[in-house]
Design a protein around this ligand. Structure first.
Ligand code: SF4
Length: 215
């Protein structure tokens, strides 16, 4: 990593800490199980949509045991509004069954075990660990990939594993847990996928993407 990129990363980190100082998940949950299910349901939709769906879902099926015994059709009708409801319903149903049968309804605490659960990828596992156990993990989603690559923090635009590795080399451990949420928010507020607000962005004079399209 060049010194310029390191300086930019340090300055970006200061900006995010200030701009998004009170950022936290808005997902509503009362247990680790409910958080994990909420994160699985949050793929390709907003957290607000997830909260609307889980209000009814968790009222009826608040834990793994009850959800594992539910009828798939009933789950589908409850999570319909989150999109991709058939796949998501099947995932949270199977996930509940596996938790009950193999883990005595406890949620594993390591990323390696979590990613073996149905519907739980590396991103979901990282978000869960960061939220629940305060573990220093970096969840790489589409916003983190885009912002990281545009600013020159990552070398591979569509490679979440490599991006996670490079971000971990660039940012201090005590920022990892906070990094994903603040990058995502910056990606939504400023560095939008289709229309980034480059003209008002504080980092346009050193952003790799901006410089490449304006020189
Ligand atoms: S200058 Fe544009 S592309 Fe670069 S980080 Fe800012 S908004 Fe994103």
């Amino acid at each position: 990593m060049s010194n310029e990129i390191k300086k930019l990363a340090a300055s970006f980190q200061r900006y995010l800490r200030k701009e998004y100082s009170d950022i936290k998940t808005i997902l509503k949950f009362n247990s680790q199980f409910q958080l994990l299910v909420s994160i699985v349901l949050s793929a390709q939709t907003t957290d607000e949509n997830v909260n609307k769906a889980t209000k009814g879902l968790f009222k009826k099926y608040p834990n793994a045991k009850l959800l594992s015994a539910a009828k798939l059709r009933d789950i589908e009708s409850l999570v319909f509004s989150t999109g991709f409801y058939k796949v998501k319903s099947k995932n949270i149903h199977t996930l509940s069954k596996v938790l009950v049968s193999d883990y005595n309804s406890r949620i594993p605490k390591t990323i390696d075990e979590l990613v073996k659960l149905p519907g739980v990828g590396r991103k979901t596992a990282s978000v869960f660990l960061a939220e629940t156990f305060d573990q220093p993990t970096i969840a790489v989603d589409t916003h983190v990939l885009r912002v990281s690559h545009r600013l020159g923090f990552s070398s591979k635009r569509y490679d979440p594993i490599q991006t996670e590795k490079e971000l971990k080399q660039l940012f201090p451990k005590n920022f990892w847990r906070y990094l994903s949420m603040s990058f995502v928010q910056f990606g939504r507020d400023v560095c939008n996928a289709k229309k980034p607000l480059c003209n008002v962005c504080n980092f346009n004079n050193s952003c790799k993407y901006f410089l490449s399209v304006n020189t």
